[in-house]
Design a protein around this ligand. Sequence first.
Ligand code: SAH
Ligand code: SF4
Ligand code: F3S
Length: 478
Amino acid sequence: MKKLYIETVGCQMNVLDSEMVVASLRRRGFELSRDLESADVLLFNTCSVREQAENKTYSALGRLRSFKSKNPDKIIGVMGCMAQKDQKLVFDRAPFVDLVVGPGQLAKIPELIDEISAGNGKQLAVGLGRTAGSVDEIRRSHETFDPLRDPAMRPTPFQAYLRIQIGCDKFCTYCVVPNTRGPEQGRPPQQIIEEAKLLAEQGCLEIILLGQTVNSYKFRDGGKTTRLSDLLHQLHEIDGLKRLKFVTNYPKDMTDDLLQAVRDLPKCSPYLHVPAQSGSNPMLKKMKRGYTIEEYREMFGRIQATLPDAAVTSDFIVGFSGETDEDFQLTYELVKECRFKNSFIFKYSERPGTKAVDLYPDDVPHDVKQWRNNELLELQNKISEELNHKLLGQRVEVLVEGPSEHAKKEHGDAVLEQSGPVQLVGRTPCDRIVVFEGNTRLTGQIVPLMIYEIAPHTLFGAVATTHVSSSPLTMLGA
Ligand code: SAH
Ligand code: SF4
Ligand code: F3S
């Protein structure tokens, strides 16, 4: 049996892509290997969203230089967004790489590996640039191969990502994703529903629908348009599924029909990731986000009105071109006012090929970006902790994901064989992580917990047992 080693960075799209590549190679007789040394094929699934992510990948590749010269038969591949963005440049920067494959060409990986093994040299397969052909040609070159997914080979049987949308057409000026993932395309509803049914039959309890702007999802068939709210209604009917989530939302497309669907469908988790990016209008305009901060507030108000208990999370970029102290202050105020459950905060990183490179200088000094990042993070952590406080003493239902990192470290490979309780992690419908003690057999089940302690990003709980009287009369059923 040949061995495959795969490393994945980036967003959930990449996690799903890696899963599909692993499944397609397993079908060709590969098995997964956890260490580089013993692998025959080494794949790196990459992200280009910030320079730091790319630098890390290039240094990881750099460390393989001598490994490859000692083992020339090993195949090293770079896939994902950086493969699409850098293309041949990957071979220039890391000459020992054999394979470069964009996110739209992943289905070709098995045959490209065969080509390399047959001695036919380095292989490159990437999608067309956004102006390099007809709309149809460009679209086809950014197709996804989700339908080939084999649920039986999924790493986590009770949870699954399901892509409903490929690419992005929003072209925020700072962002590489519309280039690396190509044009926005909604997958046909029929395909999505079939895939979800298959997943449910395989025991999947939770499905997380994926799209860069998932709530902009639209599929037109003749005169009929299917939106995300329609999909949720259809998915809700599937037996066995217990939880539905979707990421990431685009503020401008957060329509009432969607909020009402989340309110009315019990399987939909009241969790909405709706990145604001900035609290300042001049910044939002330069970012080309397509909304003003007044419009964001209006949307936020509608979420609160329809879903008062929803957990809303956001992303922010600090230090975008020309961001003044006043601009940053407005972002700070927005976080204070909206009290997001959590925010992911990023320092602006200039990305080749984006509009911002031509239009706006990356002129905020690094230490200012760092300071703003720290300030905002500190505020967000305080808010997250305060919001978590409300859950103290409350009962929550978690989907148990398995042993915690701590338990894995403590028990190593034997963690699943422990007869006594170990530290487990579960997730609430609001996407909060809860750590608790329990038997590993609880993995993949929905379990009630009582929360007894909190930290900004973690809750601590204990399995809540329904009170059963132990008096003999009750035991006899009297
Ligand atoms: N499609 C999603 C997120 C895509 S990337 C959305 O539109 O919300 C995830 C996050 O990375 C973005 O929300 C943004 O906050 C951040 N990001 C994207 N490009 C960036 C850049 N050039 N520098 C720093 N952060 C960036
Ligand atoms: Fe990037 Fe904007 Fe598209 Fe999100 S919506 S992927 S930030 S271009
Ligand atoms: Fe990164 Fe590509 Fe996702 S650039 S964030 S892996 S879509």
